[in-house]
Design a protein around this ligand. Sequence first.
Ligand SMILES: [Zn+2]
Length: 350
Amino acid sequence: MPELPEVYALVADLRARLVGRTLDRFDVVSFAALKTFDPPVSALAGRTITGVSRHGKFLDLTFGAPQPDTAAPSADPPTGAATDLHLVMHLARAGWIRWREGPPPAPSGRPGHGPLAARLVLTGKTGHETGKQGHETGKSGDESGEPGNQSGTAHPSSDTGDEPGTDAGSGLNITEAGTKKSLAIYVVKDPNEVPGIARLGPDPLSEGFTLEVFSGILHAAGRAQIKGVLRNQSVIAGIGNAYSDEILHAAHMSPFKPAAMTDDETERLFDALNSTVRGAIERSDGLAASDLKREKKLGLQVHGKKGEACPVCGDTVRQVTYADSSLQYCPTCQTGGKPLADRVLSRLLK
Ligand SMILES: [Zn+2]
């Protein structure tokens, strides 16, 4: 599941590839993924992508209002069409986005199977004056799996300028692995029309996310377990199961600890949250989308590392299993050496 650092890096990668480009069409392959019907997906066609941004773990592509013909500046735009549209995507647990060089393959006649949920297809032209010049639009070897391949390398025609039509059909493949499909796509006039965005808590990268704000969040959560508080999107935006494990490990804190804690503990957790999230962003900086998942795994200390040695103290990383997820922690670093009871069992003992 991509969390704040991965979506942050994805935004940077997609911004360089997409801003200034014009959409040919957006194909929805998995109709269950599309959560809105008005405006229709077809309303995006022909628009220019003017921005790529993030709301918590949601990705937001902004499509500018269709421009009136520049040769006729006095022409009135069609009423109702002169507004930005947003293509919002939540990648959920197993969703991902890949850059695709060239047009998608012809329809196979087997819709709805396989990991493809949707695809974004660009025209070959750049947009208006926002179009980038050749060197930033290079291929990244996205699907090649070559380590360390950075954007812009090995572009054979990097100084020939933009040739309209040369990469017509390139764009994004939006995929979701597994059988439980929860990837969500929305087309809206305002991102806040997406319920999951409207109820987001403060973002750890925002200026307003201060120690005081964080302390208020923890006190309001009271006896709730800190693990659940950190990953609750309506309390704090962008942190999920993986980074909440990492933050608690960095803070030397039990995942079951009640959220309302002393001032010293609050500050320790606040520092761990910031260093964990910002450290992950620094490691992801400049990576293409295809390299982000690998980088995330490499950077993790305890999450997904059950049975491995804690890189800090050498103790064995342990796990608590829930119905639909699990958490990992280091007993020596986080719980005074005591393994945590299974959550279901400990509830029975209360
Ligand atoms: Zn440890």
